[in-house]
Design a protein. Structure first.
Lengths: 129, 256, 409
């Protein structure tokens, strides 16, 4: 069976598949040269609310739960896995240790290309200009 | 979705607690959810406020309280009809339009009345909100989750008291960013906001800011406790509420 | 069938290009609104819904109105409407899309729209409005498209479709009832707080909606070979006449209740709208225009001589559309918010930006109507159904082209 418009269709398909795969190709190249961002850790505090691994992977879920617990359930004291208590507050607990949004939050968020809307309302510790 | 996430964290928490051999954590976490009410928080079965308009009745007096409220809650001052306010003053005919009469005593007629969210027992705003961004806490406070608000403004149409403000533009454009209260957030554009009876202060054992600054003109307490200050003053003095026919049962009472 | 929409005259493509330009201009205004927030509108703390929500309300009526063609066809086997049904359904699709868009442009945080689904809240009427509108959109797409496809293949409409058709007829009433419930359950808004609001909405929908549909059909006839069957047309005009009378009767009931009871809350919005209060007379002229136009359109519709005058009919319908639009569009919204809860007046008028965004949505609606009507008229032409004849009658008309049939004047 003869294919109608065979050449343009095949060229189109090649371009489409190429465009589809391009991010992976470019991404692999970037990954080789990519360096983990260096976060500025709190000077006086070694322990976060939860373990480093937990915070790295699940801080967003934790913040979501903190929000609902504090606002909806009125429960604002969080007991971590080691039994230590923390007041649930982004501005008044988290950012009292992590004193700079730019040197901490933004480092990974910028690389990962995510822009959480926390700071549309919450006041970052370095203040607003 | 939320339940999955929550139960996941709970499971993760229990598992990690087991690994860390911390029986204390289990005990203090109360089993499942690792959260509890602040030890310093003050509680009520139903929070209510009584406004003594014989003491607080001038525009200046109310403005002073509004300033305190708006400063600690980072409420912007916008000089047009798209303004925002949590606490403000109005004359009798605007505050109590259904309860006016042509021969009101002069003092009642010339007073300025402080207005704020009534934290209704039957809040229409909660009834109409399509996302539960506005909700009623068990202690009667009608609170808002600004993270969830989609800005449909149905609550503003629903509120019979005009107590709700919408962030038509960027609120930070109208705030003095040097003087922000760094312990409280601002809001973002496109969400509704209103007085929250200072839940964030009640949680750390403080009374609402306006009550604290009112020098006794605002009485705040538990409506369900017969021995509370509000119940005592409600027993002794004649009070009215705004728009009783709306059936909302406001938790803010006015001594006239 | 979509391919029919791709083959058209220069004029057809020109019209589509024109609509696309309007959409582009309007979307720039919407981009401006996204960048700066809803402060670019004329809305305020006191009048917190405006032109967008009023257009939404009016267009829900247009969406519901198709049922005035569909219902006689299916419930009463009024087969004169047979070839008009598809246009009622396609108009409903466009109207539903415009309704949903007007909601989207009205909300402050459109990116969080899905919160309505992530956190479903059945006690909110807005939740139900979302369900009924999307449901009605889906039903009309399904029913309209399937029927037209069957028509094109010269097959009877599939049996499995019946339940969907009957559901969609009942559903049409539900969309406007639920939309009225958005308003009429609010304790502080006296102009809306009336048990008859849903009935008023339906009455106004069943006159204004078919009127708009007929006007669009008359334009369609100019550019295609389609010709409305005379019987379907005259029946629909009679329905419009009755619905408009009922609409104004319901309005009169409101006026009686408000003023005979002398309840301040019920009187104040009407007084503001028709006479003005506290030195504010912003809407007085418009509201009396509504009354005058309503009176004129009723006069023209109930008098057989005028009603059957096809030259006059577009004007009659146009006047009716303007009257109902002022009443249900602007008057209803502004009268609901004014007097404010403080018994004061905060005037509202849409801003230029608001009007441009609205223009974008209307242009999108017109585009959807154009494409869908192109497909529908294309299929009708292929099948030779309801086509214009040289004498000016439709092939569905059984007249002998005598003087009485009116096709020769």
């Amino acid at each position: 069976m003869k294919m109608h418009y065979g050449a343009p269709i095949i060229v189109g398909l090649v371009i489409f598949i190429g465009a589809l795969c391009a991010p992976f190709v470019v991404g692999t190249a970037v990954t080789k040269t990519y360096k983990q961002p260096e976060l500025k850790m709190p000077a006086n505090e070694k322990e976060c609310v939860e373990s480093k691994e937990f915070m790295r992977e699940k801080h967003m879920q934790l913040l979501n739960d903190w929000r609902d617990w504090a606002l909806r359930d009125g429960k604002r004291t969080y007991t971590n896995h080691a039994g230590k208590e923390f007041t649930i507050s982004l501005q008044n607990t988290c950012m009292k240790c992590h004193v700079s949004k730019a040197d901490f939050c933004d480092k990974c968020h910028l690389d990962a290309g995510v822009s959480p809307y926390c700071w549309d309302c919450h006041v970052q510790p370095e203040g607003l200009k | 979705m939320k339940n999955n996430r929550r139960s996941f964290i709970k499971l993760a928490g229990i598992a990690a607690a087991g690994l860390a051999l911390a029986p204390k954590a289990m005990a203090s976490g109360g089993g499942a959810a690792p959260v509890k009410v602040n030890a310093t928080a003050i509680h009520a079965a139903h929070w209510a406020m009584v406004v003594d308009t014989t003491k607080l009745n001038t525009a200046e007096g109310i403005e002073k309280l509004a300033h305190v409220c708006h400063a600690i809650h980072n409420v912007p001052t916008i000089p047009n009809k798209q303004n925002e306010k949590w606490l403000w003053g109005a004359p009798y005919d605007e505050a109590f339009p259904e309860q006016e009469n042509p021969h009101l005593s002069e003092s009642v007629h010339t007073r300025e009345y402080p207005l704020l969210c009534n934290h209704c027992v039957n809040p229409p705003c909660v009834r109409v909100c399509p996302t539960k961004a506005t909700y009623q806490r068990p202690d009667g406070i009608v609170a808002m989750d600004y993270h969830r608000c989609i800005g449909c403004r149905y609550c503003m149409a629903g509120c019979p008291y005009g107590s709700r403000s919408f962030n038509w533009g960027e609120p930070r454009d109208y705030l003095d960013l040097k003087k922000l209260n760094a312990e409280y957030p601002t809001r973002m554009r496109g969400v509704v906001e209103k007085c929250n009876f200072c839940v964030e202060r009640l949680a750390i054992g403080k009374l609402p800011a306006c009550v604290e600054a009112s020098e006794g003109a605002l009485i705040f307490g538990d409506l369900n406790d017969p021995d509370s200050d509000v119940r005592k003053v409600l027993r002794e003095r004649f009070t009215i509420r705004r728009k009783p026919t709306a059936g909302t049962e406001p938790s803010v009472y006015y001594i006239i | 069938m979509l391919e029919i929409a791709l083959k058209g005259s220069k004029r057809y493509y020109g019209w589509i290009a024109f609509l696309l330009v309007l959409i582009a201009i309007g979307s720039m205004a919407y981009a401006n609104q996204i960048l700066h927030g809803l402060k670019v509108t004329g809305m305020s703390r006191d009048v917190s819904w405006g032109f967008y929500i009023s257009q939404f309300t009016y267009l829900v009526g247009l969406a519901a109105s198709g049922v005035m063609i569909v219902l006689p066809n299916y419930f009463h086997s009024y087969k004169s409407n047979k070839h008009m049904v598809i246009f009622g359904e396609f108009m409903a699709i466009a109207a539903c899309i415009m309704c949903l868009l007007f909601i989207v442009v009205d909300i402050g945080q459109p990116t969080r729209m899905m919160n309505m689904i992530f956190h479903p809240t059945p006690n909110s009427i807005l939740f139900w409005d979302m369900i009924v509108l999307n449901g009605y959109l889906f039903l009309n797409l399904l029913v309209g498209w399937t029927c037209l496809q069957a028509d094109r293949a010269n097959l009877p409409h599939p049996k499995w479709l019946k339940p969907f058709i009957y559901t969609s007829i009942i559903w049409a009433f539900s969309i406007h009832t639920v939309t009225a419930f958005l308003y009429q359950g609010l304790p502080g808004r006296h102009y809306w707080l009336t048990a008859i609001l849903a009935a008023r909405f339906l009455a106004s929908a069943f006159c204004s909606g078919p009127a708009i549909l007929l006007l669009v059909m008359m334009v369609t006839e100019k550019f295609t070979t389609f010709k409305m069957p005379k019987k379907a047309l005259t029946t629909l005009v009679k329905i419009i006449a009755y619905a408009m009378c009922v609409n104004m009767f319901f309005f009169a009931l409101e006026v009686f209740t408000a003023f005979y009871s002398n309840m301040p809350g019920h009187m104040h919005p009407l007084v503001y709208l028709f006479a003005g209060v506290h030195g504010h007379h912003e809407l007085v002229g418009l509201m009396w225009t509504f009354i005058a136009f309503a009176a004129v359109s009723i006069t023209l519709l109930v008098t057989p001589k005028f009603r059957n005058n096809m030259k006059l009919l577009p004007w009659t319908l146009g006047i009716l559309v303007i009257a109902t639009w002022i009443d249900k569009g602007l008057g209803l919204l502004i009268g609901g918010f004014n007097p404010t809860p403080f018994n004061t007046i905060t005037p509202y008028w849409p801003s230029g930006n608001e009007l441009l965004v609205s223009m974008m949505i209307y242009a999108i609606g017109a585009l959807v109507v154009t494409v869908l009507f192109k497909i529908a008229t294309g299929v009708k032409q292929e099948m030779g159904q309801s086509q214009a004849m040289a004498c000016g009658c439709s092939t569905e008309d059984t007249c002998e082209c005598t003087a009485e049939c009116g096709c020769k004047e």
